[in-house]
Design a protein around this ligand. Structure first.
Ligand code: GAP
Length: 496
């Protein structure tokens, strides 16, 4: 598997993803997608939309505002409860999420020497070993073996333990503030005059825009339960410790479905399972590696108070197995809250049962950026061609930023260049195509392999006589001679 360091460098070098505001030193937790990254991301969103909305009869789309009435977030529970526990190092001013900082008392033969404290991440175990060694040395017991070490998150520290726990930055006890709750919503002001009444929030999820439009959609379309409303859009969370590249960022995109069903305890378990399977198959269909996908079924005790069940689809990123998509059953918590806070009836009239109720909902919710990252990790490959290392992005053709590249065999033969440019402009009208005449053909192949272009088409001297071209495949590197009609029929079939 590619390392994060190599992947981040690759993304910048190839114009996939840049740190945002790069020339100003970047802004932690924000990213800009470059020319190729924009295409890749757009292809992911378009495919999700096609598969989840346009290919089905039971899901309709929505595009709600990013800034909603502030009461939406009071009703949803985000104003009071959408927070993470945070601690600060008083000396270095470093800020940590308390559940991502771990501490352990270190004792030798039952005698407590002190505590160590480390941050979560790839280096955690190495850090623990280093800090234990330093503590033993400071107590002149380098030769002793410490008692068993139990790392616990700071959120589990008792108040009386806190004074003993050092800051992970300074290793000095007392340098950390006690944990306090930090609301993750970005605040802004609506209107010209800054006042308490004008406070609004950038949405931390697209889902609430769907709930508040439930009645509008039911009244304006012919949907009948069970049916879904889908939305793709930006979400914003002021994450305390954004990290792992785009995995946990402060501005990201979500693709969410709220799938409404009758409020009936016997119906949702089946439908939940169907959605878990459906979404898992989708991730396989876009090319995520099967061996790196798994499930995390949340235990009842870990569920949010309004959730009836939740299963996450997990992906093995280079920094560990982490959530890619959450599929929760939210009961009718959100509709109930919005009905109560807005004072507007949101019930659905069930014509079969001749009764009104607030439907339940199953919510498959996936991040676009996490999907793109998982795709890049799955597709990135290195092999050897004629003794030379080749980087190849084995993306499914449907998702590849550029579908085909046209090359004249050499650039100093005007008749080849003219024929290649004509072919390029015809193909370009149908698929995103590149034209490249610089350097040896082998080099041009490598450049296209690296950015995942599935096919290269070379115009050579035979093309001038018989109107056929060499089609070269990115993965097999095999070459086939085809006419333009055969070429376009092949692309059509592969990309449908
Ligand atoms: N409406 C439900 C909801 O928002 P969530 O688990 O908080 O649930 C859903 O988020 C998905 O959004 C996650 O599975 C992940 O793919 C993506 N996501 C959440 N926070 C993110 C962040 N800070 N950066 C990138 N993606 C994020």
């Amino acid at each position: 598997m590619v390392s994060m360091k190599d992947l981040v460098a690759f993304c910048k070098r190839k114009g996939l993803i840049f740190p945002s505001s790069d020339i100003y030193g970047g802004l932690n937790g924000f990213f800009d997608y470059g020319p190729l990254g924009t295409e890749l991301k757009r292809n992911v969103k378009n495919l999700w939309w096609k598969n989840m909305v346009q290919d089905r009869e039971d899901i309709v789309g929505l595009d709600s505002a990013v800034i909603l009435h502030p009461n939406v977030w009071k009703a949803s529970g985000h104003v009071d409860g959408f927070s993470d526990p945070m601690v600060d190092c008083k000396v270095t001013k470093a800020r940590y999420r308390a559940d991502q900082v771990f501490y352990a008392p270190i004792a030798v033969a039952g005698k407590l020497l002190g505590c160590i404290c480390v941050t979560d991440g790839e280096e955690r175990d190495a850090d623990v070993a280093k800090k234990v060694k330093a503590l033993l040395k400071a107590h002149n017991c380098s030769q002793e073996k410490p008692d068993e070490i139990h790392l616990k998150p700071l959120t589990e520290a008792k108040p009386e333990e806190f004074a003993l726990i050092p800051s992970p930055a300074t290793d000095k006890p007392g340098d950390l503030t006690p944990p306090r709750e930090f609301n993750l919503m970005f605040q802004t002001q609506v209107g010209a005059v800054a006042s308490e009444a004008g406070v609004a929030y950038l949405r931390p999820e697209t889902a609430q825009g769907i709930f508040i439009n439930f009645k509008n959609v039911v009244d304006s379309t012919r949907v009948k339960l069970p049916f879904g409303i889908a939305q793709i859009g930006k979400a914003f969370r002021n994450e305390i410790t954004p990290r792992n590249f785009t995995f946990r960022s402060r501005e990201f995109e979500q693709m969410e479905i709220e799938y409404f069903l009758p409020a009936n305890e016997t119906l949702w378990p089946n439908l939940h399972q169907k959605w878990i399977e459906e979404r898992y198959q989708w991730h396989l269909s876009i090319g995520l590696r099967k061996e790196w996908l798994s499930f995390d079924v949340h235990e009842k005790k870990d569920l949010a108070h309004y959730a009836k069940a939740c299963t996450d689809i997990m992906f093995r990123y280079p920094f560990g197995v982490q959530e890619l998509e959450g599929i929760a059953v939210r009961g009718n918590f959100d509709l109930t809250q919005h009905q109560s806070f807005s004072g507007k009836p949101l019930e659905y009239f069930d014509e079969t049962l001749k009764t009104k109720y607030l439907p339940y909902v199953v919510e498959p919710s996936v991040g676009v950026d996490r999907t793109v990252l998982a795709l890049l990790v799955s597709a990135y490959d290195e092999d050897e061609v004629n003794g030379e290392k080749r980087v190849v992005l084995r993306l499914k053709p449907k998702l590849a930023p550029i579908k085909a590249a046209v090359f004249p065999l050499v650039k100093n033969k005007p008749e080849l260049v003219e024929k290649a440019r004509e072919l390029f402009s015809r193909l370009q009208k149908r698929w995103y195509t590149a034209y490249d005449e610089t350097g040896a053909v082998g080099r041009r192949y490598r450049r296209m392999d690296e950015i995942g272009t599935p096919w290269c088409v070379t115009v050579d001297f035979d093309s001038l006589d018989d109107d056929t071209y060499t089609l070269r495949d990115r993965d097999t590197m095999q070459q086939t001679r085809l006419s333009e009609a055969e070429l376009t029929a092949f692309f059509e079939k592969q990309l449908q």
